[in-house]
Design a protein around this ligand. Structure first.
Ligand code: PHE
Length: 496
């Protein structure tokens, strides 16, 4: 018969009384096993072979909680209070002497509530009760607690009023659902021949040691059941956001881009003025941007302040007329948390104005947003530029298309948009479940941006939301789910 040794041993025991329903203890002592896992395992596989029937019954077990064990030693609170009250001369059977007695506030307070529940009333501050009745109820409670002193009892064997009562008080009793099982031979189980049940040496795992000897020749091999339930190993893994960032990184690297980084703390000048965002732009106000008090300012090279001032006021040599008004260099040096990663790409151009480059960065940005299903004050952007003599709008669009197809979204379209720093400007959308979703902005930097940086080449630029993309890929509908430190949920998110 194609069953293991444990199954053979269990069957042999059960065949000694073929019509008996066996409980766990009986099977353990008769098989000689100390671990119930063997009974459960062998029982289960015999059940699957139709030789054994397993009956499960659910019960609730009641045992003492921490406070219950204390009560066993020190006495139940009501019992100690009642002893004290009963031993007082009539004139001292009142609240004020109780308060000055040894019972602390934390016991006297709840204690009075419990006594009231037992029928003790307080009349003009004195305790009034039918003493015999109160004592009797307390005795019952003590007996209940004592009955649990030697281990859990099945709920049906206990007085249900007392179970309800003690369940409503914290820590005295604990109730636990338990499943108890009984094992019984089926019709075909009773027909198994004893002679088939001798235990044999079976090889469960072929090790190099076994192969070196000849003991495997003629041995029986334990059947290997690939369908049997097994624990799912909970190994470590990257956080889905980390994994996604890694994937984006490898896609851009594969496309020939290099990675750049930058600081969270920036000057308003580099974050905004360099991008020709007018100093009066509403997004620059405190409602949208986190300005810092420490440091309050970040120094900016005079050369750039001068150039931005000229460009903003009158367009300088760019052919633009600028925004007019007067440019405030103090405003430019205010410190803030970067509101977009475009600050990294413009600085990169300023540092390498005559070297063609294709760079990207994935970084955290900060905006004063109210947290909701789609907004957080901290999020990430995927930013990039192509800075070279022949950079063009078609090149920009095909680059974004290539990027998103490599990420698994081949349908990409762009729509006209507006940013103060690009012309033309385009919004990038991808097709997801039949709907076009906007993922970010892009365009060709305006001369007002590139001239002060020292370059004459066009620059394709884009900046896209990482969280939006992550939500699509992970199938989430709330951005906050990305950052909940819940191992259970995280471990079930798809591997990226
Ligand atoms: N900086 C823009 C944003 O934060 C995106 C963008 C980047 C647009 C580059 C155009 C060019 O939404």
């Amino acid at each position: 018969m194609n069953i293991g040794n444990n199954e053979r041993r269990l069957l042999k025991v059960m065949l000694s009384e073929p019509s008996k329903s066996w409980n766990l203890e009986e099977l353990l002592s008769n098989t000689g096993w100390s671990d119930q896992v063997h009974v459960a395992g062998a029982g289960k596989s015999l059940e699957e072979s139709g030789l054994v029937e397993v009956e499960e019954s659910r019960t609730t077990l009641i045992s003492l909680g921490d406070k219950g064990s204390n009560a066993l030693e020190e006495g139940l609170l009501e019992s100690r209070l009642w002893d004290w009250i009963s031993n007082q001369p009539p004139e001292s059977r009142n609240m004020s002497s109780l308060v000055s007695s040894g019972f602390g506030r934390e016991e006297a307070g709840p204690g009075i509530g419990i006594l009231r529940g037992l029928g003790v009333s307080i009349v003009d501050g004195s305790f009034v009760a039918n003493d015999a009745e109160v004592s009797e109820s307390i005795e019952k409670r003590i007996a209940f607690i004592k009955s649990l002193s030697s281990g859990p009892l099945v709920i049906s064997e206990l007085d249900s009023d007392l179970v309800n009562h003690f369940s409503s008080r914290s820590g005295l009793i604990v109730s636990e659902d338990s499943i108890s099982r009984k094992w019984k031979l089926t019709e075909s189980g009773t027909k198994v021949e004893e002679s088939e049940l001798s235990e044999t040496q079976m090889i469960g795992e072929l090790t190099p040691e076994i192969l070196q000897t000849e003991s495997w020749i003629g041995a029986e091999f334990k059947p290997f059941d690939v369908k049997s339930p097994a624990p799912i190993p909970a190994g470590g893994r990257s956080h889905p956001m980390k994994a996604l960032i890694e994937r984006i990184r490898s896609v851009f690297l594969e496309m020939g881009f290099s990675e750049i980084e930058g600081d969270f703390v920036q000057s308003a000048g580099w974050n905004m003025d360099a991008l020709f965002i007018p100093q009066s732009h509403p997004a620059r106000t405190m409602q949208d941007t986190f300005y810092l008090t420490e440091p309050e300012n970040v120094e900016v090279e005079e050369k750039y302040l001068d150039l931005w001032a000229k460009v903003h006021e009158s367009g300088h040599d760019t052919g633009s007329r600028g925004w007019g008004g007067s440019f405030d260099k103090i405003e430019s040096q205010k410190a803030l948390l970067r509101t977009h990663t475009t600050v990294n790409t413009v600085r990169h151009i300023a540092e390498n104005p005559t070297t063609p480059s294709r760079v990207f960065g994935i970084g955290r940005v900060f905006r004063q947003e109210t947290i909701d299903r789609t907004h957080m004050p901290e999020f990430h952007q995927i930013e990039g530029i192509i800075h070279e003599p022949d950079a063009s709008l078609p090149m920009l669009i095909s680059t974004l298309k290539t990027f998103y197809s490599k990420m698994g979204y081949p349908d990409v379209r762009v729509r006209p948009a507006y940013f103060p720093y690009t012309e033309p400007s385009a919004e990038v959308e991808i097709l997801w479940r039949g709907e076009w979703l906007e993922l970010g902005g892009s365009g060709i930097f305006r001369p007002e941006v590139t001239e002060p940086l020292g370059t004459e080449w066009p620059v394709c630029a884009w900046g896209m939301g990482l969280e939006r993309l992550a939500m699509l890929i992970l199938g989430l509908d709330d951005i906050r789910q990305l950052y909940q430190p819940d191992i259970e949920i995280l471990s079930k998110m798809p591997l990226l």
